[in-house]
Write a protein that binds this ligand. Structure first.
Ligand SMILES: *Cc1c(COP(=O)(O)O)cnc(C)c1O
Length: 451
């Protein structure tokens, strides 16, 4: 049979050539290390990383990620009777600290720390709370929805029937009248709001009121917004009536890439935790759990101011881009109340080409579907998503966003050669090498307790 490869065949062929030329397994290992080091030199030290789903972790979080505890086996629930393995007393301590810190960070009754990604958190609640054939309503991708709540993701594997949550294409807000009409027709068991393109808080309370009469549950997939929620700078879905909240630990929450799940209702505890163990997680990377616990503590100390600055920066960046001739979504609504802004880049060649052109100047963003695009345009959509997490953690403030907008406008609007913009981006980035809002490096100058 002919070989089938989903990955880029040229890149895979290059990998085989590298291994062939490496002179043996040790050389092969060194090639891996060298690629990691090149990435750190480029993305870690020389780029303005503006990807919305990405956050730099603190030195303390990184120390935990490489700690000895990550070599230890621990399955099951916390406590020596619950575990298969002996010798877990300090692991129990780390894991219980993590759970309690997550509960504090999200002001909730229950949290689970064993999810390898927010995808797994979503799989957990679909497994726990739905049956094949159940009806659910979720957001489609052109309005910011995510594959995890669609047929191609965890929702699809559960065999549920999926209906679209209606949106207003101008404001990117839920069309509540239409939602009420359609929800009453479909009577969905679950309504899941998971927005990867997220600018403003969602009408959680209003939607909960619609589905409550038949016992429908509202689920807030806060993969992107988790840090903003913990930092008190967005909405608080659990207070507004959501049955549970899932989140990515490595997006705004600025911890190790993985997932979290939070809820208040005791009745959900057994079905959810049964779905996590033994269905979706066995060993669950205790080093990552330790790193997550530290990230939650950082959120308690720094989250409020850090997240507020992220939002101020995205608003300032939206305005600075619009001022320079790059049309922005929601310009007439203040651009954003989150960590992202969305540019409409159809006139500059579309999201794919624009993102690659900007990357030539070390400005890292991503293409994005926006209203008006079709789901099948996913590979060549007309939007560009720009996030402010990392530039904020590097200590930049609202006024600095004009510098970033100017770099982008030089490439897109003025048509300047990317090599000359690159030179200036490199010079700009060189002195910015410290991540703030953590216990290692404290606050940036003029902020928080350093004010
Ligand atoms: C990123 C994202 C996910 C997946 O999160 P991972 O932590 O990468 O597994 C799920 N839902 C939404 C809405 C997302 O944006």
């Amino acid at each position: 049979m002919e070989q089938f490869e989903v990955h880029d065949p040229a890149i895979m062929a290059n990998a085989r050539a590298i291994l062939d030329a490496a002179g043996g397994p040790e050389g092969m290992a060194r090639e891996v290390v060298s690629a990691v080091e090149r990435n750190e030199e480029w993305r870690g030290k020389s780029c303005l990383n503006l990807l919305a789903p990405e956050a730099p972790t603190s030195p303390m979080v990184r120390r935990m990620l490489s700690a000895e505890i990550g070599t230890r086996a621990a399955e099951g629930h916390i406590g020596h009777v619950n575990r298969w393995f002996a010798g877990t007393q300090f692991i129990d301590e780390v894991e219980s600290l993590c759970v309690e810190l997550l509960k504090k960070a999200f002001r909730c009754n229950y949290a689970d720390h064993r999810l390898m990604g927010s995808m797994i958190g979503n799989m957990a609640f679909y497994h726990a709370l739905s049956q094949p054939g159940d009806r659910v309503m979720t957001a489609a991708q052109p309005f910011g929805g995510h594959s995890s709540n669609r047929y191609e993701g965890p929702a699809g594997t559960r065999g549920v029937e999926i209906f679209d949550i209606p949106f207003d294409p101008e404001t990117l807000d839920v069309d509540l009248d239409k939602f009420e009409e359609e929800a009453q027709r479909f009577r969905p068991k679950l309504v899941v709001m998971g927005m990867s393109m997220t600018l403003f808080p969602l009408p959680v309370r209003e939607m909960v009121n619609v589905i409550e009469p038949w016992g429908g549950k509202f689920i807030y997939d806060g993969a992107h917004q988790a840090g903003l929620i913990a930092g008190g700078q967005f909405q608080d879905p659990l207070v507004e009536g959501a049955a549970l909240l899932t989140g990515s630990a490595g997006k705004t929450f600025s911890g190790p890439q993985s997932g979290m799940i939070m809820w208040n209702d005791a009745e959900l505890t057994e079905p959810l935790t049964d779905a996590i163990f033994p269905v979706l997680a066995a060993t669950h990377q205790v080093n990552r759990v330790a790193a997550l616990a530290v990230a939650a503590a950082e959120m308690l100390e720094f989250g409020n101011v850090y997240m507020a600055q992220i939002v101020k920066n995205s608003q300032a960046l939206g305005k600075a881009l619009e001022d320079r001739g790059i049309p922005m979504l929601a310009a007439e609504h203040g651009y954003s109340q989150s960590h992202q802004v969305i540019a409409k880049v159809g006139e500059f060649g579309g999201g794919l080409d624009v993102a690659h052109k900007l990357a030539e100047a070390n400005l890292i963003t991503n293409k994005n579907l926006i209203p008006g695009d079709k789901p099948e345009d996913w590979d060549r959509p007309s939007g560009l998503r720009i996030g402010t997490i990392e530039v904020t953690r590097l200590g930049l403030m609202e006024d600095d966003m004009a510098d970033i907008a100017e770099f982008m406008a030089r490439v897109l609007v003025k048509g300047e050669a990317t090599v000359s913009v690159l030179e200036d981006v490199l010079a700009y980035r060189r002195p910015l090498q410290t991540f703030y809002y953590n216990f290692d490096n404290g606050w940036p100058k003029g902020v928080g307790s350093g004010r």
